[in-house]
Ligand binder design. Structure first.
Ligand code: NDP
Length: 528
């Protein structure tokens, strides 16, 4: 049944921007790669289809594969068809804006060819020299590309009203604090921070942006959003997928770098930051940065008391046999890479002192989903002498980030009947039943923001370094402590037993709405 709601819509417009961004060219480095095909072309087409792209725009694909404009357009059309995008006539119009240049990122001549192509297309499309570069290339190539762009005079210095240059950097930005610092240093030789867009696609998700609206556009939650009323917060990102085609990258990263350094710590900041005075890029990011400063470092000698790591072995998923991580194509047969991490951490400030945050993410888990559970404290006193206060279920607010996007709130209620029996029930809001509209995908949103020059949802230099500093301490601790014997959880389970102990020793439980979002369940699917 569709839910009817009164939508009282107020729009916060970006300062100084019209609805469509101004004319620009877009250059995609790594145009033949996986990310470009799975995310960037579909997102650009969706923006075009919805009328969000600038009136005048062109796209240049740049990679080593030997294609010409026609072959590139054909590839993109095939991608759009494969994923079922609508309106073939519009797709053809869209790809008529696409061009391709064969390039080697180490070859200076390739950048001169790019300069020629840009000059010609800026004239043809009247795009006034504005360019957005998207670096969908191996991360270690990014510093060199920026230097090459500078050498070929392809970076415009920021100037009010002048042609702009903005560069999107994919994750990972560095692979530890030192490399992230070095990359920041290298690119800052040619770029100002206002030209740098470090992407974390989680921040482009509607459900993630809504955390802030939920907290700060409603007056009833903020007074209780603190250590006095909240018992603990759980943030979980579970995947049923394994490493798929990305073993070469993943086996050097593991879940700690792939998920925690970026997505999960970003979700944590959104749940815990103070309200920014104004919703603009700097003030919003200042508040997030304060949380990174307040993260209590995991004590090096006690890392195993706070962090549990795991790696999946063979098991069963969705009724089918599943191989272990070490049997996956491209993974070292004795790999020590973590495919699961659970951790407990604290934020040392007035609001959160003493509140534990339990974070958990893994591959080949029992169910797929990302969710944030805010568990409130139990009632202090029961008015029913036969029912002690700790038998009342505590209130839980759950942000379901994906899938089944929504928010639910568990409350205790009287069960109808002659007795005073209590039942836990869930107020449930589902995006699909309320907003009968296409949820803008994260790449759509973030590409559009970059074209508008809005950095709010991108990661600032200080944040990327502070998050690596936090993760590096854990990695150092791991090097100095006993590694668990891998594999230590079966594909299709909820992770290693030690992860349950981590939370149970505090008298709490992992809870998840992913498997059954009308009520939270424990790791065996039992309602809690
Ligand atoms: P792929 O390996 O699929 O693609 C890499 C692209 O870079 C290809 O187009 C390749 O061109 C090009 N390339 C590599 N070396 C050179 C070179 N020397 N000269 C010119 N072009 C070169 O990688 P992905 O698309 O998976 O990843 C790209 C980036 O996006 C990485 O930073 C990754 O971490 C990030 N990312 C990817 C995600 C994904 O789901 N795929 C998710 C999140 C981030 P060619 O093959 O034609 O030589």
């Amino acid at each position: 049944m569709k839910t009817k709601i009164d939508l009282n819509v107020h729009t916060h417009h970006r300062a100084g921007t019209e609805e469509r961004p101004g004319s620009c060219g877009i250059v995609i480095f790594g145009a033949s790669g996986d990310l470009a095909h799975r995310k960037l072309y579909p997102a650009l087409f969706d923006l075009y289809y919805a009328g969000h792209l600038p009136e005048n725009f062109f796209v240049i694909g740049f990679a080593r594969s030997v294609w010409d404009d026609q072959a590139f357009r054909k590839q993109v059309l095939e991608t759009l068809k494969e994923i079922g995008k609508p309106d073939p006539a519009k797709q053809k119009k869209f790809v008529s804006h696409l061009y391709y240049r064969v390039a080697d990122l180490d070859d200076t001549a390739s950048f001169h060819h790019l300069a020629d192509a840009l000059k010609e297309l800026h004239q043809k499309y009247k795009t006034q020299g504005n360019v957005m570069y998207h670096l969908a290339i191996p991360p270690e190539a990014c510093g060199n590309v920026v230097a090459q762009l500078n050498r070929a005079h392809l970076i415009n210095p920021p100037k009010k009203g002048g042609p702009w240059t903005r560069i999107i950097f994919e994750k990972p930005f560095g692979h530890d604090l030192e490399s992230a610092r070095a990359l920041n240093h290298d690119i800052h030789q040619y770029l100002k921070e206002e030209q740098i867009y470090r992407i974390d696609h989680y921040l482009g998700k509607e459900t993630v942006q809504n955390i802030l609206m939920f907290r700060f556009a409603n007056s009833i939650f903020e007074p209780i959003w603190n250590r006095r009323y909240i018992d603990n917060i759980q943030i979980m990102a579970h995947e049923t997928l394994g490493v798929e085609q990305r073993a070469a990258y993943y086996d050097h990263a593991g879940v700690i770098k792939d998920m925690f350094q970026n997505h999960i710590l970003q979700l944590l900041t959104l749940c815990t930051m103070e309200p920014p005075i104004k919703f603009n890029a700097e003030q919003y990011r200042d508040e997030k940065t304060k949380i990174f400063h307040a993260l209590r470092p995991i004590p090096r000698g006690k890392v195993n008391d706070y962090v549990v790591r795991g790696q999946y072995g063979p098991g069963k998923l969705e009724g089918k046999k599943a191989i272990g991580y070490r049997q996956e194509k491209g993974v070292a047969p004795r790999s020590q890479t973590d495919t699961f991490v659970a951790m407990k951490l604290f934020i040392d400030n007035w609001r959160w002192q003493g509140v534990p945050f339990y974070l958990r993410s893994g591959k080949r888990m029992n169910a797929h989903g990302t969710e944030i559970l805010i568990q409130f404290k139990q009632i202090p006193h029961s008015m029913f002498s036969s029912v002690p206060p700790d038998t009342f279920a505590s209130n839980i607010l759950c942000f379901r980030i994906q899938p089944d996007e929504g928010i639910s709130l568990r409350i205790e209620s009287k069960q109808p009947g002659p007795e005073f029996s209590l039942a836990s029930l869930n107020f449930n809001f589902e995006y699909k039943n309320v907003f009968h509209t296409h949820l803008m995908g994260p790449y759509e949103r973030l590409l559009l923001d970059c074209m508008h020059g809005d950095q709010t949802l991108f990661i600032r230099e200080d944040q990327v370094e502070l998050s690596w500093a936090f993760i590096d301490k854990i990695l150092e601790g791991w090097q100095k402590s006993h590694a668990p014997k891998f594999p230590n959880y079966a594909a299709g389970s909820w992770g290693p037993e030690a992860a349950n102990k981590l939370i149970e020793q505090d008298g709490r439980k992992w809870r998840s709405y992913v498997a059954n979002y009308s009520a939270p369940t424990d790791e065996h699917g039992k309602k809690l």
